[in-house]
Design a protein around this ligand. Structure first.
Ligand SMILES: [Zn+2]
Length: 87
């Protein structure tokens, strides 16, 4: 392996420890729930899911799971929006 490639691999290892460098713009995943499989989509901060709960609430366990898994890699403008907190 040439030295250039070795340097790239070392850089990739370092980058992999810094997920905040990565921001998803859009994706589509297959989510295997306990009873069924759902398609979860994300497009510039807009979530989508095929489950019934999402249809009535605009959020569901599947989208919330993706938020937890991807964390800082989701669009920063969405993260910056203040969340409404019930007092
Ligand atoms: Zn769902």
């Amino acid at each position: 392996m040439d030295s250039g490639m070795i340097g790239k691999i070392q850089k990739a290892k370092r980058y992999a420890q810094e997920p905040e460098r990565i921001a998803f713009n859009e994706f589509k995943v297959t989510f295997r729930g306990n009873h069924d499989t759902y398609t979860v989509t994300y497009d510039e901060g807009q979530w989508g899911c095929g489950c019934n709960f999402f249809a009535s609430h605009g959020v569901c366990s599947h989208t919330m799971t993706m938020e937890r898994v991807l964390g800082v890699m989701l669009a920063p403008e969405e993260e910056a929006e203040p969340r409404k907190v019930e007092v």
